[in-house]
Design a protein around this ligand. Structure first.
Ligand code: ZN
Length: 474
């Protein structure tokens, strides 16, 4: 692991050279030797590991798809195929030659780096969650990734932080946990709505005079909208860090406005993109400047989600991750199902001048793009876009949508609860008109009660709320 202040300022060619070396090392010294799945795959496909000299050779390797990772009914130990085997003590003896990468002492692999520490799961909304194994080595990398996000976000130990991410065995909650421990700041690990509940989270934010709240975008929005109802103040609140769930710029803008309207001291909103397959999350220094990745941990590719073809700088496509420095579960060219609308850039960040590759735009979920049966053709419905629209509506408190089938044509029903004091009838009407203009399908807006909508979306039950329900096969 290299010093972050050095990596984050390295020119793009030096980053590429570092990634070439790390990739070659990972493939020849780890995957080909002790990775059950890739070791077999290389043999089966006649891939010479030594022939993968660097990033430019990646296209000689197949993708790993989410479906490859899902645990089959009859093979509960399937995830172990993606976990590096623990090397024997014998292998640890010092090597005679081999270049010392960044001054690291070149001895053989240390078995303790490979021993199991914890399982964190991918957030499986549509697919089943997949266990990702972390060893102590990975835990150090997770802590380091956490400290780097805080460096990018400019969070130091002076600001009390309320961690409102849902407590669960996932990298999101734990990265935030380790980041606050790592910088030694005062932090309350609330466990999110599921554990502490909204009222107590808001009370803690108020009484601890916390300037920073970290929470999912929908939950942050709901917190600010219900603050007054619970009788708490946000006068010390300066910023909200959003992540875990879809966080388009519309969410940033909406939360900013709400912070201003409740009298927050400042109204800074920043984003983190957590990626379970990458075993960590990346922050933006300021909204829309892109997620600053860790090029020594993960290699990012952006590809066409259908053809798998590599795309150029700034082109919208699917985020593909390859571990360059991991133990436990290691993935090679793993298609994450996340679409980066602004692709990847290797240009230095115009805001903070860091040179690490940045993932640009909003991160859309491929699983939220539906093919619907239209009148005479298939119509594509992008649920991410509906969520974007709904973030921008200041008069909506909570909502969800249902996709239903009627007379062979699919229809959309949007159920809403307006903010307190909103003219509900006027809200349904204007929302119906707005959505009809945007989505090419029969669509109806209906009202409901706060409890009914909150229950349906699992506001304080799930890791993040579920807002789109596909009823066609149920
Ligand atoms: Zn930056």
């Amino acid at each position: 692991m290299q010093a972050w202040n050095k990596i984050s300022r390295m020119p793009a060619p030096a980053i590429k050279k570092m990634q070439d070396e790390l990739l070659h090392k990972m493939i020849t010294e780890e995957l080909a030797v002790r990775h059950p799945y890739y070791r077999e795959l290389f043999k089966e496909k006649n891939i010479d590991p030594a022939g993968i000299k660097g990033v430019d050779d990646l296209n000689k390797l197949p993708f790993t798809e989410k479906k490859d990772l899902v645990i089959p009914e009859d093979d509960p130990l399937h995830p172990k195929k993606y976990v590096l085997e623990v090397p024997s003590e014998e292998e640890q003896k010092p090597k005679k030659k081999g270049f010392a990468l960044f001054g690291k002492k070149e001895t053989g692999p240390d078995p303790s780096d490979y021993r199991f520490f914890s399982l964190y799961f991918t957030a499986g909304r549509t697919a089943k969650p997949v266990p990702i194994e972390y060893t102590h080595y990975d835990l150090e990398n997770l802590k380091e990734a956490g400290l780097r996000t805080f460096d990018i976000l400019e969070i130091d130990r002076d600001g009390t932080l309320i961690n409102g991410f849902t407590f669960a065995p996932n990298a999101y909650f734990w990265q935030m946990f380790y980041s606050t421990i790592g910088i030694g700041s005062t932090a309350l690990q609330t466990g999110g709505g599921k554990v502490l509940g909204m009222e107590k989270i808001l009370k803690a934010m108020d009484s601890m005079e916390a300037p920073i709240l970290a929470a999912a975008p929908g939950y942050s929005r709901f917190a600010l909208q219900t603050l007054e109802h619970f009788g708490f103040s946000a006068e010390n609140l300066e910023r909200i860090v959003i992540g875990i769930d879809y966080s388009p710029m519309e969410a940033v803008e909406s939360i900013k406005k709400l912070m201003e309207s409740v009298g927050a001291k400042d109204s800074k909103v920043q984003r983190i993109y957590f990626n379970s397959e990458a075993k960590s999350g990346w922050a933006e220094c300021a909204p829309d400047y892109g997620y600053h990745t860790n090029p020594d941990h993960i290699l990012i590719e952006i590809v066409d989600p259908e053809s798998g073809e590599s795309l150029g700088e700034g082109e919208k496509g699917e985020v593909v991750v390859t571990h360059l420095d991991a133990r436990g579960t290691v993935l090679l060219r793993c298609k994450t199902g996340d679409i980066a609308t602004g692709g990847l850039t290797t240009e230095p960040c115009p805001n903070c001048k860091r040179t690490v590759p940045r993932i640009m735009g909003d991160i859309e979920r491929k699983s939220m793009i539906y093919d619907l049966q239209g009148k005479d053709k298939t119509v594509q419905f992008n649920g991410n876009h509906l969520r974007k629209k709904m973030f921008a509506r200041e008069d909506v408190l909570l909502w969800y949508a249902e996709i239903n089938r009627s007379d062979s044509q699919d229809t959309l029903k949007v159920v809403v609860k307006g903010v307190s004091g909103a003219d509900e009838e006027a809200l349904y009407k204007s929302l119906q008109e707005e959505l009809k203009a945007d989505f090419e399908m029969p669509l109806k807006v209906e009202g409901s009660t706060l409890d009914a909508v909150a229950n349906k979306i699992g506001l304080e039950k799930y890791i993040t709320e579920q807002v789109i329900f596909d009823n066609r096969n149920s």
